[in-house]
Design a protein around this ligand. Structure first.
Ligand code: SR1
Ligand code: MG
Length: 400
């Protein structure tokens, strides 16, 4: 067994050259590190013909904080295993694993460098027609085929154990459900937002609804989630959509992934109030974002129900009307989790470029206030909605 060592570019190049066979032995390879995420090293290795692969390596700590925040290397095993499983049921939207070495916490992946990262594209006002249906397809298929509706109970339970991911889940538990609702050194927001933060932290109804969501996150092993579906984890072009980075994967509540995705679209929605000054352009982009959310939710529900009707293996869960009841609760959960994503990205540790890159601090503050309010209202009101139409009406009323 090889001892773990964190690679530099030369070591990453040597590894790809000697331990894999993507390139001809005589190929002249070049390698550089370009990771800008919160946690890992990311290298691109390419030859003179621009054939390339990505080598991703987990560090034994969180990159964005440093060695003072140790973090398990196990996350590389989890990430590669989630990608393989999700790739089996939804190959067209999952990045391909080409090689893995769990001891070195390395995953070699297909290079998606010809595509763009969704967050940056949305920030620049670009739109993608297939995004809603592609993400819906991914979320519906990956969650259905790893749920009790489909998997035999013993197999499901074995997978829950295989994908137990306590350290990464603890990050989400702290950052989504704890920090924003009390004093935490990790929280990060301007002094001018303190009145809104204090009001939020004194709002017992919000805390109660967040407790419900956290309890679900902690104990509701419904399916194998991606665990971190933000717009920086999605590559796009006009034909394809690819999900990357499921190192936070575990068996959790199905609505969490959908909620995280919607939450990131809504963070962009709020930010566009100040990013785009021309009103017609802003209206178009707002309409696109809202339509993407509605289409994604509707398509997710439709595909999920279709799979439940045609592929369910469990007799009891096939009871007339149960799949509809189940998925309605998943949608309520999704809008609630979406609310927690809006809030934690505004006042917690990990922010988003959509808002952070607004240069004018006064404009940025307005956006932060809107994101907080929207998050709070979704958390409070989503549990009282019965159907996806009610949830959609709620969102529209909050965006007016
Ligand atoms: C310390 S990790 C901060 C955030 O980055 C990841 O992408 C997750 O969203 C996590 O919450
Ligand atoms: Mg990530």
């Amino acid at each position: 067994m090889v001892d773990y060592t964190a690679f530099d570019s030369a070591q990453a190049l040597e590894y790809v050259k000697n331990q894999t066979n993507f390139f001809a032995p005589e190929a002249e390879l070049t390698c550089y590190e370009f990771g800008d995420g919160n946690l890992n090293l990311v290298f691109r290795v390419h030859d003179e013909q621009s054939n390339s692969v990505i080598l991703k390596q987990a560090l034994p700590y969180a990159r964005c904080v440093g060695e003072s925040w140790p973090l398990t290397l196990e996350r590389a095993r989890i990430e590669a295993s989630v990608l393989v499983r999700h790739g089996e049921v939804c190959p067209q939207t999952t990045v391909k694993v080409l090689h893995r070495n769990d001891a070195l916490a390395i995953t070699v992946l297909e290079d998606l460098g010809h595509m763009q990262i969704l967050r940056a594209q949305l920030c620049e006002g670009h739109t993608y027609t297939n995004l809603a249906t592609d993400v819906a397809d991914y979320l519906a298929k990956t969650s259905f085929y790893h749920s009790d509706f489909y998997l035999p109970p013993a197999q499901k339970k074995a997978l829950v154990t295989e994908f137990t991911n306590p350290e990464l889940c603890a990050i989400t538990e702290d950052l989504f459900f704890d920090d924003p609702y009390r004093y935490s050194e990790r929280n990060n927001y301007p002094d001018e937002l303190q009145p809104q933060v204090t009001a939020l932290q004194n709002n017992q109804a919000v805390k109660l609804a967040v407790a419900e969501l956290k309890a679900k996150f902690l104990s509701c092993a419904q399916s194998l989630l991606h665990g971190d579906v933000h717009t920086g984890s999605i590559f796009v072009d006009q034909t394809n959509t690819k999900l990357i980075d499921p190192e936070f994967g575990f068996f959790g509540p199905i609505g969490f992934d959908l909620g995280s995705f919607i939450g990131n679209l809504l963070l962009n929605y709020c930010a566009q109030h100040k990013r785009i000054t021309e009103l017609p352009k802003r209206r178009d982009l707002h309409a696109y974002l809202l339509n993407t959310i509605q289409t994604c939710v509707a398509q997710f529900e439709q595909t999920w129900l279709h799979l439940a009707k045609t592929q369910s293996q469990d007799l009891s869960l096939q009871a007339e009307g149960y799949a509809e009841r189940f998925i309605n609760q998943v949608l309520r959960d999704a809008y609630g989790f979406c609310g927690t994503e809006l809030i934690r990205r505004t006042i917690g540790l990990a922010h988003v470029a959509d808002i952070e890159d607004i240069e004018n601090p006064v404009a940025r503050l307005e956006v932060q206030k809107q994101a907080l309010l929207l998050g709070e209202q979704l958390i409070l009101q989503a549990p009282h909605c019965n159907t996806k139409e009610d949830l959609s009406q709620l969102l529209i009323s909050l965006l007016l």
